[in-house]
Design a protein around this ligand. Structure first.
Ligand code: PEP
Ligand code: CO
Length: 458
């Protein structure tokens, strides 16, 4: 039974939330026609491979690391920025793989994460009100009437920026940069004194010794040289996502070829809404974000709609409840989803439920809250004997100062130093690695518990 792709008109008739308001509809039609004729950015077989890996994570045999910018920008499509983001994600993945001994499914919020849902349609500064910035896919960040106008031609730029990004990501991950033997050099410019860098250096030395040993034994596996890395973004703009939905010639089924995994945001997950309607027709693995307003029975209905055949790896639920709420709000949702008989992949986003404004006016997050939500997520899953399948984080490879806390002990006064995000505050490189060590410690405790259980069988 192959679902058919709903027409764009039928989706628009559902009045999707969080869409741009374009003035020139003829231009919109022209842009969408152009997008429909452009080649795929990803291939159906790659989406299937990711689905297979996510099925492993759903079954407790792998762990998902999904991360990247809150909002990618056209300006950040540079070799240095892309390399920086990949470097921090790959370093985190190595920490998780080595310290926790689980295969890590590596997914970037990258090559397509250009559109943002906003809680307010406008922004007011010094008495002037303009449309809110909705990501480079829709309008410009600059606070002028011209920049904030919604421009459909930007969708072509999204396609091109995504293609250029993905091209470099493929080159880096398959062409030598990701070689495990070179990992020592990725973070050689770390601040020497940081607690995290010491632990990281020790880990890389151990891995290098192990690799040297294996190579001396004659093992020279291709898997040391390359990594599988997947692209994901929030499927927010219905017209863009529809234009990149194609029928795969091999299977005659619909895939979105703009990213391997697409997720539906917390603000657009209405059961009969356009986003759910479009994503349920795709064969890609899909995700859904759920926040504190999620009702357990609604999420169970959503799960049945998005994954009608209980297909392994099909569905990832990304919870972002907030550090103080996760222990109370997540268990009933997990229980309701489990009661549908499905094994979904449970991923924790410890970022979006923990945002606050600093006294000096920055939108920020505290590392302690991020850590506390991750710990709550692990505790909840331990209590229910379900598998904590992964984390979803907003991060950057640069040494920015956007989130407070962490080993570098950033304070609110430090935020002004390098606050560069155009949307939500991201973990910097040290904070990201610190989080990876925290997660690795939690995972390795679970591993030991599993081994203990095996031992008890005898
Ligand atoms: C996001 O992931 O950037 C986002 C907007 O998240 P959420 O849908 O969880 O609010
Ligand atoms: Co965000």
């Amino acid at each position: 039974m192959n679902p058919t792709v709903p027409s764009l008109d039928s989706l628009i008739a559902l009045n999707p939330a969080q869409q741009p308001a374009y003035e020139d509809q003829a231009l919109v039609a022209k842009v969408l026609d152009q997008l429909r004729s452009l080649p795929p950015l990803v291939f159906a077989g790659e989406c299937d491979a990711l689905k297979h890996k996510l099925a492993e994570a759903a079954q407790g045999r792998a762990f998902v690391l999904q991360g990247g910018d809150c909002a990618e920008t056209f300006d950040s499509v540079t070799a240095a920025s892309i390399r920086g983001r990949l470097r921090v994600l790959l370093s985190m993945a190595i920490v998780l793989t080595y310290a926790a001994e689980v295969p890590v499914v590596k997914i970037g919020r990258i090559a397509g994460q250009f559109a943002k849902p906003r809680s307010s349609t406008t922004e007011t500064r010094d008495g002037i009100t303009l449309p809110a910035y909705r990501g480079d896919a829709v309008n410009g960040f600059e606070f002028t009437e011209e920049a904030r106008r919604h421009d459909p031609a930007r969708l072509l730029q999204v396609y091109n920026a995504s293609a250029a990004t993905l091209n470099l990501v493929r080159a880096f991950t398959k062409g030598g940069f990701a070689d495990l033997r070179a990992m020592h050099s990725w973070n050689s410019d770390f601040i020497r004194t940081a607690k995290v860098s010491g632990r990281y250096e020790q880990l890389t030395s151990e891995i290098n010794r192990a690799l040297a040993f294996m190579i001396a034994c004659g093992v020279d596996d291709e898997s040391f040289r390359t990594v599988d890395f997947f692209a994901s973004h929030e499927a927010l703009l219905i017209n863009y996502e529809h234009s990149l939905t194609r029928i795969d010639s091999r299977t005659s089924t619909p895939y979105n070829v703009g990213g391997h995994l697409l997720w539906i945001g917390d603000r657009t997950r209405q059961l009969n809404g356009a986003h759910v309607e479009l994503l349920k027709s795709l064969r890609n693995p899909v995700g859904v974000k759920i926040g504190p307003s999620a009702k357990a029975s609604d999420i169970a209905d959503l799960v049945e709609t998005l994954d009608p055949t209980a297909e392994p790896g099909r569905l990832t639920i990304i919870s972002r409840m907030g550090a103080t709420k996760v222990r109370d709000l997540l268990p009933p949702v997990i229980e309701a989803v489990e009661a549908t008989g499905r094994r979904v992949c449970w991923v924790c986003d410890p970022m979006h439920g923990n945002t606050f404004s600093s006294a000096n006016g920055y939108k920020t997050r505290a590392f302690t809250d991020v850590a506390e939500e991750v710990n709550g997520f692990f505790d909840v899953h331990a209590g229910l004997s379900t598998w904590p399948g992964g984390i979803h984080v907003e991060l950057t490879g640069d040494d920015v100062t956007e989130c407070v806390g962490g080993v570098a002990d950033l304070h609110e006064e430090d935020l002004a130093h390098r606050y560069e995000t155009v949307c939500d505050p991201r973990l910097n490189r040290t904070q990201s690695l610190e989080l990876a060590f925290l997660v690795a410690d939690r995972l390795s405790m679970m591993e030991r518990r599993r081994v203990d259980f095996v031992g008890m069988d005898f």
